[in-house]
Design a protein around this ligand. Structure first.
Ligand SMILES: CC(C)(COP(=O)(O)OP(=O)(O)OC[C@H]1O[C@@H](n2cnc3c(N)ncnc32)[C@H](O)[C@@H]1OP(=O)(O)O)[C@@H](O)C(=O)NCCC(=O)NCCS
Length: 242
């Protein structure tokens, strides 16, 4: 369905309870017509998301005319690592163990407020929380991420940092959170700093956050991360979607 324009997203479909797709921007002419045709082929209850560069305002306008709504602007940051300046690991941080699975999922379900799912008024809070819980939980099933660090506070798992390894010696912070009751005690900073210990020879750390998440942006910048790019994220809900 959707030809070469829509790519099925089974992870989101299962949680949202309706067919879900990402949009691959069609190359060449008749872009708007091809996206419109792909949307017409979908059932009334559907969810489609698209990402566009802020410099391509015309793309944003095409999507808006087709019923997509801007929900988030993702901001991407990067920090180059100096192998000679590695900081000692905070004693509260350690690699995740299988027994941490439930605690990590519970933290993921209760911490996020600014993800594109949490910002979208048409996605119920419980579903947005579940997306984060399953995302983090998938690490323990071997379905997402290459490494996970957790932070402990008062004998319990209080935060986690899910990491992917990318080409060129970069680590990507895929998902990071500290349980609300343990925030503002330096655990987030300790988890972020520990990213460089996840694998030998890392040259850079990359991560993304939401423009609305100003606290995280200030936090990452205070750790030496530099803004490298941004992209708008738009959601399209079928007319019959809840
Ligand atoms: C971002 C997050 C992981 C930080 O964890 P934390 O343990 O509270 O962080 P720290 O105590 O180490 O504080 C790090 C910095 O974050 C910023 N910060 C965190 N919470 C803040 C708040 N409520 N108000 C303002 N700044 C805040 C501050 O710059 C802080 O540094 P400071 O205490 O020296 O001023 C945590 O707030 C969180 O889990 N948020 C929800 C999930 C999320 O948004 N994750 C990031 C998505 S990209």
């Amino acid at each position: 369905m959707g030809g070469d324009v829509l790519r099925a997203d089974s992870f989101l479909a299962e949680i949202l309870g309706r067919p879900a797709y990402s949009l691959d921007w069609p190359q060449g002419a008749d872009t708007a017509q091809r996206i419109a045709a792909a949307l017409r082929g979908l059932p009334g209850q559907h969810f489609v998301y698209a990402k566009t560069s802020p410099e391509h305002c015309a793309h944003l306008h095409i999507l808006e005319e087709l019923g997509f709504r801007l929900t988030d602007t993702t901001v991407r940051l990067r920090k180059e690592l100096d192998p000679g300046a590695r900081q000692p690991l905070d004693a509260r941080v350690r690699p995740a163990r299988p027994a941490d699975s439930e605690a990590v999922a519970a933290i993921a379900a209760s911490s996020f407020r600014f993800s594109r799912f949490h910002l979208d008024p048409r996605i119920p809070r419980a579903q947005a929380d579940l997306i984060k819980a399953r995302w983090a939980g998938n690490f323990f099933k071997g379905l997402r991420g290459d490494s996970m660090l957790v932070a402990e506070q008062a004998g319990e798992v209080a935060g986690f940092n899910l990491i992917l390894f990318a080409a060129g010696g970069a680590a990507i912070v895929d998902l990071i959170a500290v349980a609300p009751k343990h925030q503002r005690r330096g655990l987030g900073r300790a988890l972020l700093r520990a990213t460089e210990t996840a694998r030998d020879g890392l040259k850079a750390i990359k991560l993304g956050t939401q423009l609305a998440n100003l606290q995280s942006l200030a936090f990452y910048q205070s750790e030496g991360f530099q803004l490298v790019s941004a992209e708008h994220v738009l959601h399209h809900h079928g007319a019959d979607a809840p």
